[in-house]
Ligand binder design. Structure first.
Ligand code: KIV
Length: 294
């Protein structure tokens, strides 16, 4: 009789790594991520949208996988994330979860609550979050500050870990007037800081800071002891980094943001590019502050 691994290798659709023996790595958890943050160990996050890439990223040592609603742009060809449906997020979250499960992966799985799935009421947010958690997410992410604080508190009190997202919030790109840097100038920086502290106080365990000045992101990272900041276009002073998978692999339909590094440029394959990304995040050589000194 053939082993499960041999059966996997024989499949004509065999893009997933074969089922592996129990991993020696421990699954990521909120306490472990908080401990990394407290010790100053950088957290490496990438977006993932399907089973195979999720499994490869996990094996490469990526600690957090984000099923981002950026999938609307990179997978569905939309012009923004505004058109992404909750059902689409559920489908991709389940796919990523299955990929991780298949290889006994250890990554922490975060899924985006898409536009209009949490704005109406805290109850709507809970129903939407439940869909993603039941699809395999460990944590949900939602965009914005101010009014979102009470939604975050409501979800956290009900046992749903939450990642907040400030700075450039793509779901409100039309209100922001485009994909532009946020938190510039004293007033905007003070508001962003106040919102970040309120989100931490409401129980957000992570906070994505997108396209904000590096100095502001570093300052917030030092101040928020119970909420790990994850930067994208926010300099190297954050507790961790995230990139859109397609961007870091150098494939895209449009212009790359200038804070992106193409890790495929010097790698023989995708797994090695992901390993290089993890190394660069951990040793602080990515990102390069000078490339986005907003
Ligand atoms: O949707 C997404 O991929 C994101 C990241 C860019 C942070 O929110």
């Amino acid at each position: 009789m053939s082993s499960p691994a041999a059966a996997d290798a024989a499949t004509p659709y065999g893009t997933l790594p074969p089922a592996s023996p129990p991993s020696t790595r421990k699954p990521l958890s909120l306490p472990r991520l908080a401990d990394m943050h407290a010790r100053g160990e950088k957290i490496a996050m990438l977006t993932a949208y399907d089973a195979t890439f999720a499994a490869v990223a996990d094996a490469a040592g990526v600690e957090c996988l984000l099923v981002g609603d950026s999938l609307g742009m990179v997978c569905q060809g939309l012009h923004s994330t505004v058109g992404v449906a909750l059902e689409t997020m559920r489908y991709h979250t389940e796919s990523v979860f299955r990929g991780l499960h298949r290889v006994q992966g250890t990554a922490w799985l975060i899924a985006d609550l898409p536009f209009a799935s949490y704005q109406e009421s805290r109850e709507q947010a809970l129903r939407s979050a439940a869909v993603l958690m039941q699809a395999g997410a460990h944590m949900v992410k939602l965009e914005g500050g101010g009014w979102t604080t009470e939604t975050v508190r409501f979800l956290v009190e009900r046992g749903i870990p939450v990642c907040a997202h400030l700075g450039l919030t793509p779901q409100t790109v039309h209100a922001l007037g485009g994909y532009r840097v946020q938190g510039k100038g004293n007033e905007a920086a003070a508001l962003l800081k106040q919102q970040a502290h309120a989100l931490q106080d409401a129980g957000a365990a992570m906070l994505v800071l997108e396209m904000v000045p590096a100095a502001l992101a570093a300052e917030l990272t030092n101040e928020l002891r119970h909420c790990a900041t994850i930067g994208i276009g926010a300099g190297r002073g954050t507790a961790g980094q995230v990139l859109v998978l397609h961007d870091m692999l150098g494939v895209g339909l449009g212009k790359m943001p200038k804070f992106v590094r193409n890790f495929m440029a010097d790698a023989p394959g995708i797994a090695q590019a992901m390993q290089a990304y993890v190394r660069a995040v951990k040793d602080g050589s990515f990102p390069d502050d000078q490339l986005h000194a907003w």
